[in-house]
Design a protein. Structure first.
Length: 415
């Protein structure tokens, strides 16, 4: 077989399964581990110099550290060959773009489920400082179980300069239709940039069309400035999520992707939707977990505690006291860390109502202290559901023990 068909002397290209404006995707075989993988080969002219290839390698390494069932895993990167390439998990399924092209708009529940999966994946990445930058139906893969998987982390930033050059000819207009206003105008990119892309994907899943079908970058920017689009004939709660994500100003979008996931899953469960409202502060501050009030803890016992009841009474008392202090601060005008209701007037949202301490929180704090030590900083789970809080603690425990949360590796085509 020609050398060009072997990547990194290890991955044998089998058949080409997709071709796009910036890359081609191949089904390949990992000769060392005897498994199927996907190899995404980027067109060489998009990364013509050593600096651009180094950037690709750095972005790929950051993306490879992500471990989440909603993110297509990256296994390897080749920056030295004729074709720069990413080696990825092979997902058995199809892209959302292909599905929409074949079947048209999705049922509301299916669209909401896909968007919730994507929001969960984004929240995982954003907490680790990784931004996708290029959400669109072509980068969303639907596996055989109907679960959405987000692909192409680690590529968009590397190709930003090339995309800017190609924009002048309109050859990447398909991607531009999903770009946030700050991307079009050269503004600051942050986690809420991905929320705009998520809203655009949800809009197209519900209606069959991108939110702003403009024919040029200038036309798209003008349409975005006019305000979020209406979403007719769609449940008002889902339409509200779309409008919040597509807000022109990033600070008017939801506070983080986790809030969107919670709202969508509440809607799917038939519960009152979790509140969504504009996030406060600089969007970049939402990339990493926000700090919580430090906990005053008693010295760790020399004996190993077992079970969730093993936490020292003094630590439990300190945890409860700290939570009471936070609630008191909120009740008496302290900085708000919650998410006020959608559509609430300013007068309604200026004085948050304190929430009782969840009965499951001390157990999670106990488990975290046993795994990471009594002086470790626990994750901030303010406003999260029990399921989302457990995931945040699992991620924190994995991080402090230098491990990674596990995820299944299914077969299929990534990219």
């Amino acid at each position: 077989m020609p050398k060009a068909q072997i990547v990194l002397d290890r991955y044998r290209l089998v058949d080409r399964i997709a071709v796009g404006g910036s890359a081609e995707v191949w089904r390949a075989h990992d000769e060392q581990l005897d498994r199927a993988v996907a190899v995404k080969r980027l067109h060489p002219h998009l990364l013509p110099d050593e600096l651009s290839r180094q950037r690709l390698g750095a972005e790929a390494r950051a993306a490879a550290a992500l471990s989440h069932p909603g993110i297509v895993g990256i296994y390897d990167v080749d920056t030295s060959g004729e074709w720069p390439a990413l080696v990825m998990e092979l997902v058995d399924g199809e892209s959302l773009a292909a599905r929409l092209a074949r079947d048209g708009p999705l049922p509301e529940r299916e669209a909401a489920s896909i968007a919730a999966d994507l929001a969960d994946a984004l929240y995982h990445a954003h907490k680790r400082g990784v931004i996708h930058r290029d959400l669109k139906p072509g980068n969303v893969l639907i596996d055989r179980a109907g679960r959405a998987r987000l692909a192409d982390f680690g590529i968009a930033r590397s190709l930003a300069e090339s995309a800017e050059r190609l924009t002048q000819t309109g050859s990447v207009m398909g991607t531009l239709r999903y770009m946030a206003p700050e991307q079009l105008t050269g503004g600051e990119i942050g986690p809420r940039t991905d929320l705009y892309g998520l809203g655009a994907v949800l809009h197209e899943a519900l209606t069959g069309d991108p939110p702003f079908p403009a024919a040029s970058p200038v036309g798209l920017a003008e349409a975005q400035r006019a305000g979020s689009p209406t979403v007719p004939a769609v449940d008002p709660a889902l339409a509200a999520v779309v409008r919040t994500c597509l807000a022109y100003d990033a600070s008017d979008r939801a506070i983080h992707a986790g809030a969107i996931a919670e709202t969508l899953r509440a809607w799917l469960a038939g519960r009152p939707a979790a509140a969504l409202a504009p996030g406060s502060g600089d969007a970049s501050t939402q990339t990493m977990p926000r700090p919580v009030v430090p906990l005053a803890v008693a010295p760790a016992s020399r004996g190993r505690a077992t079970g969730r009841r093993g936490l020292a009474p003094a630590l439990i008392a300190a945890v409860v006291l700290a939570i009471v202090v936070v609630v008191a601060l909120l009740a008496f005008g302290g900085p708000s860390v919650g998410i006020p209701n959608v559509g609430a007037s300013p007068a309604q949202s200026t004085s948050p109502t304190p929430s009782p301490t969840p009965d499951w929180l001390p157990g999670l704090l106990d488990e975290f202290a046993q795994a990471c030590g009594p002086d470790a900083q626990p994750p901030d789970v303010t406003g999260l559901s029990e399921e989302a809080a457990k995931q945040a603690f699992d991620d924190a425990i994995a991080a402090c023990s230098n491990g990674k949360p596990g995820k299944g590796k299914g077969k299929g085509h990534g990219g």
